[in-house]
Design a protein around this ligand. Structure first.
Ligand code: PLP
Length: 834
């Protein structure tokens, strides 16, 4: 960078960083806390805002993490082994303080130290804004994965984007979702370290030129580009009590320093400076669409910035150590693509190796094919990313050329394998033909990767049989499954300290890093004294959840009611509407006086709708309207409550899952790739009512069919039903369903808002309803009755709850990551004594 002057210190000695390690005891930590509080932040005892105390303790903890982070970095560098890089457009980290304190093993010392100063740790923890750099499951998975990588001592670096605005904040006004911007960085971010020394330059636009280099080889130059800089920010990622601290590197887009003043005459200086904004817009905001592609130019710019900056970073590091010798590059590096979002990386690695480092096409392709691995996250056609060829030609002309070249080679391979099979060639081409051509990003990812995995057994099978069947026929060896998991540090040890304590005092603390130990709890399910303790903790967690929500929701919740919870993104395939139909059915029964053996329920539903997804937003309105009617009906009283939990996010889930009795996992079979909310609930002792979808199937396999409330069509039955689906007949044949539909259609829940639910009703009654909601109504209602039967026997319920936690060992992301490493990455763990 011409205008970026680098000053260097002449002769730094190693002593420059030689310091004794900071103390991990209460005294040293509180000393540093006070120092930051009073000196860096300039506060004293008159300051009553918990935010500064949160910041001061975080700075003290961050210092300790940074020591280990640098040490880990040097260890990994010196061992010169293989590294993996997890490329993801989303990292839904949530809060960092409590996790850092737990993983560093200083939770007790910190809590005691703060208590001595009159501070309550939990209040400081709650002052931290969520790092909401993700939509839902996919982004949270990336966060769980980097936690597990660090805990397993694996040299894995996360690469993502540092969005200025994270997932929007959801408010509910008159029952409807209102989006507020989430400026999560407004008060600074103590967990990141800016790394200007690793700024990279990203090209956009321009055109390509061919010329002959000094060796007579044809070289392609990408010229006349409009460049943007990517500034890395490192967030240390601590492993659990193992002194490993890995790196999450997030890129922020910036204007180049030499932004083009020449293009403007002197009078337009301000105009030129204002141009900076277009560059910085690239990482301004996270796109709030879950399981839905979007096609906006800015989104493609984001994807390319992530791929290009990350690959340039890795290659620059490689060349710094090995020069331009790439013969061992593939042995030493692996890139895991989290969905198709970063799959332009396949073409970008080719560009860097061929255009910048001068490798032959053939050699570069070998390297690419040995280093890229792709994880698919969805079968929903609306989520499969496609970019129009004209858009790509304008924005990334060199990348488009490379994609066409990759496709030409690939088409030759396909026609060699299936000579003359033109339809198959058209089906498999990266380029979708039509009046406008499109680039199919998933195909680029499959063709350029040595590994393609789905995220649960069913999902991986459906990929092979359906969406990617042609590719499976060609390269069966590429396809594999990696069932998702969640980190037990955040999702059990951290969020449910009471239960964690009981578990540890019963079976020891080995479960925290080897969740299969939870199986040792199984015999205790038959121990009445243990069950009593288990039940007491669930009750305590429910009360905590009530205390938290009572005020905000303004309804009277009874801790003895069954807490029946569905929290996840609002989407038709997740079928929040089916849940509501059941609630309306219960309401109808109360109104009819059909309340023998009644089980009091509190139904909680939460989740964000994509701002452009009208149907999902209408579903939120429906939930709130039904809640209003039910909660204000004196005849209903405590027998049934319904509440919408606003602004569902990671930190909310940490409070919700420990207090849940019944976990709703009721998607249309074959549509939820895996789900991970289902796993968090199971770990925390909720029973699941669910369909045979995603990881639900494996959850049921682990816990046993007798400990899982199954209902609904199978994925195969769903496919077979579409041809003859007749929802009107289902309504006629089922008097319960008839009454529920009648209440909705007569406007019982929208007396002063006529017609607002017509779209929802029309889709329920449509023979084309892709989600077959009414097909599963009867099974769902009957299964909910079985749930109630069990609830009436608290001993049996508790027994099953214990068995669910005991069987949840498989769903640790440590197990998932160990499998990624065994089958795909093949990294050696790195510790000080390895
Ligand atoms: C776990 C989690 C999800 C994923 O939930 P699913 O039920 O698997 O869709 C989404 N959002 C947040 C905040 C989560 O913590």
């Amino acid at each position: 960078m011409s205008s970026h002057k680098v000053f260097r210190i002449s002769h730094p000695k190693p002593d420059i960083t030689l310091l004794p390690m900071l103390g991990m005891d209460k005294e040293h930590i509180t000393h540093d806390f006070k120092h930051y509080y009073s000196h860096r932040l300039g506060r004293d005892e008159h300051c009553r805002s918990p935010e500064y105390a949160y910041k001061a303790i975080s700075l003290a903890i961050s210092d300790r993490m940074v020591e280990r982070w640098k040490r880990t970095y040097n260890l990994q560098r010196n061992q010169d082994g293989k590294n993996a890089f997890y490329l993801s457009m989303e990292f839904l980290l949530g809060r960092r303080l409590s996790n850092a304190v737990m993983n560093l093993g200083v939770d007790n010392e910190v809590a005691k130290g703060l208590y001595d100063l009159g501070l309550v740790m939990e209040e400081l923890v709650d002052a931290e804004p969520d790092a909401g750099l993700g939509n839902g499951g996919l982004g949270r998975l990336a966060a769980c994965f980097i936690d597990s990588c660090a805990t397993l001592n694996l040299p894995v670096t996360g690469y993502g984007l540092r969005y200025e605005y994270g997932m929007f904040i959801q408010e509910i006004v008159n029952g409807e979702q209102v989006e507020k911007p989430d400026h999560w960085l407004r008060n600074g971010n103590v967990w990141e370290i800016e790394r200007p020394e690793y700024i990279t330059r990203i090209k956009f636009g321009g055109r390509t030129e061919t010329h002959i280099d000094e060796n007579g080889h044809k070289r392609i130059c990408w010229v006349d580009t409009r460049d943007v800089l990517a500034m890395p920010y490192d967030t240390p990622v601590p492993g659990y009590k193992n002194d490993t601290v890995n790196t999450l590197r997030l890129w922020k887009a910036m204007a180049t320093e030499d932004f083009n003043l020449q293009e403007f005459n002197a009078g337009d200086y301000a105009e030129a400076v204002a141009q900076k904004n277009t560059a910085e817009n690239i990482t301004m905001v996270l796109y709030p669409n879950d399981a839905n592609e979007n096609g906006k130019v800015l989104r493609l710019q984001q994807q390319y910035l992530l791929a290009s900056a990350s690959l340039q970073d890795v290659l620059a590091h490689w060349v710094g150590r090995h020069g331009r010798d790439f013969s061992k590059f593939a042995e030493k590096n692996c890139f895991q693509l989290n969905d198709t979002h970063p799959s332009i990386a396949v073409a970008e690695l080719m560009r860097l190796l061929v255009d910048i480092y001068g490798l032959s096409w053939k050699n570069a392709w070998q390297i690419t094919l040995q280093t890229m691995a792709y994880t698919n996250h969805t079968l929903l056609p609306e989520a499969l990313e496609k970019w129009s060829v004209p858009l790509m030609r304008q924005l990334l002309p060199r990348l488009l050329d490379i994609i066409f070249a990759i496709n030409a080679d690939f088409m030759a391979e396909v026609s060699a394998r299936w000579p003359g099979d033109k339809p198959r060639q058209a089906r498999m081409s990266i380029i979708e033909e039509g009046s406008v051509q499109y680039v199919r990003m998933a195909y680029l990812a499959i063709i350029g990767s040595f590994s393609v995995n789905g995220v649960a057994a069913l999902h991986s099978d459906l990929l092979k049989q359906g969406l990617f069947q042609d590719f499976y026929a060609l390269w069966p060896e590429k396809f594999n499954n990696k069932t998702n998991g969640v980190t037990p540090r955040r999702w059990l040890a951290g969020c449910n300290p009471e239960l964690a304590k009981l578990i540890t005092s019963t079976i020891g603390d080995g479960w925290i890093t080897d969740l299969s130990h939870l199986a040792k709890l199984k015999p205790y399910a038959d121990d009445p004294a243990f069950r009593a303790q288990w039940r007491q903790i669930k009750q305590f967690n429910k009360q905590k959840l009530i205390d938290l929500k009572q005020q905000e929701l303004q309804i009277d919740i009874d801790a003895d009611a069954m807490f029946d919870v569905q929290v996840k993104r609002i989407h038709e395939y997740k079928r929040q509407v089916l849940n509501i139909l059941h609630v309306i059915h219960l309401y109808d029964r109360i109104k009819r006086g059909d309340t023998q053996n009644w089980v009091a329920r509190c139904v909680l539903i939460g989740g964000k709708a994509a701002p452009g997804y009208a149907m999902a937003k209408r579903i939120i309105k429906l939930i709130n309207n039904v809640a209003n009617v039910i909660n204000n009906d004196v005849q209903v009283g405590k027998q049934l409550k319904l509440a919408f939990l606003p602004n569902y996010r990671a930190s909310a889930m940490e409070k919700i899952c420990p207090g849940t009795d019944l976990s709703e996992q009721i998607s249309t079979a074959g549509k939820e790739a895996s789900g991970t909310g289902n796993m968090k609930f199971m770990m925390n002792g909720a029973l699941t009512i669910g369909t045979l979808d995603g990881a639900n199937i494996e959850i049921r396999d682990e816990v046993g069919a007798e400990n899982f409330f199954l209902f609904g069509l199978t994925a195969a039955e769903v496919e077979a039903t579409h041809a003859h689906y007749n929802p009107r007949r289902l309504i006629q044949q089922d008097s319960d369903l008839q009454r529920v539909m009648h209440l909705l259609e007569c406007g019982h829940f929208n007396q002063f808002e006529p017609g607002i639910f017509d779209d929802i009703l029309a889709s329920l009654k449509s023979p084309q309803d892709p989600w077959l909601t009414l097909a599963d109504f009867r099974g769902y209602i009957d299964t909910q009755k079985r749930v109630e039967q069990l609830w009436r026997d608290p001993e049996q319920w508790t027994r099953m709850s214990i068995l669910n936690t005991a069987a949840s060992g498989k769903f640790s992301s440590d197990r998932t990551i160990a499998e990624y490493n065994r089958d795909i990455w093949k990294l050696a763990p790195i510790t000080a004594d390895s």
